[in-house]
Design a binder for this molecule. Structure first.
Ligand code: 4NP
Length: 147
């Protein structure tokens, strides 16, 4: 059994998009051996559903998933095998919070592809959400081969 946690700032835009896209790919592949979840480094939106633009972008890909935002919990570092940060700020936060024994699990989600950040789309338009989906699709392809 493998487990993957995607992490962004608010857990309403990028990381729930990644969670739903990866869960969809896993279901298509019949892979019941991998669990996927997401969280935010901040608690501003804890308990809320994903941003409506994330829901709409997922719907255009034929994907829907029940999700509610939550903040990263200290137990996550133990519970998850792979912890994937959307940007350098999320990554730095996770590295600080993570016990040294689990730090090898924490990576930037785009590190195996082009590197760099998945840009925060929250204050932008719908285009930003499409760009997030496109970046994540390529990265998820890679991570699916790793796990
Ligand atoms: P996310 O986007 O980290 O991709 O979920 C954001 C959501 C909310 C805020 C910032 C980014 N915010 O400042 O409330």
């Amino acid at each position: 059994m493998a487990s993957v946690l995607f992490v962004c700032l608010g857990n309403i835009c990028r990381s729930p998009m990644a969670e739903a896209m990866m869960a969809h790919r896993l279901a298509e592949a019949g892979r019941l051996d991998v669990t996927v979840n997401s969280a935010g480094t901040a608690a501003y939106h804890a308990g809320e559903p994903p941003d409506r633009r994330t829901v709409a972008t997922l719907a255009r890909m034929g994907i829907s998933r029940e999700m509610l935002a939550r903040q990263v919990h200290p137990d996550d570092f133990e519970r998850f095998d792979l912890i994937l940060a959307m940007d350098a700020s999320n990554h730095a936060h996770l590295q600080r919070a993570c016990p040294p024994a689990h730090r090898h699990k924490v990576h930037m989600v785009l590190s195996p592809v082009q590197g760099g950040d998945v840009p925060d789309p929250y204050y932008g338009g719908e285009d930003g959400f499409e760009e997030v989906a496109s970046l994540l699709a390529t990265a998820i392809d890679h991570w699916l081969r790793e796990i």
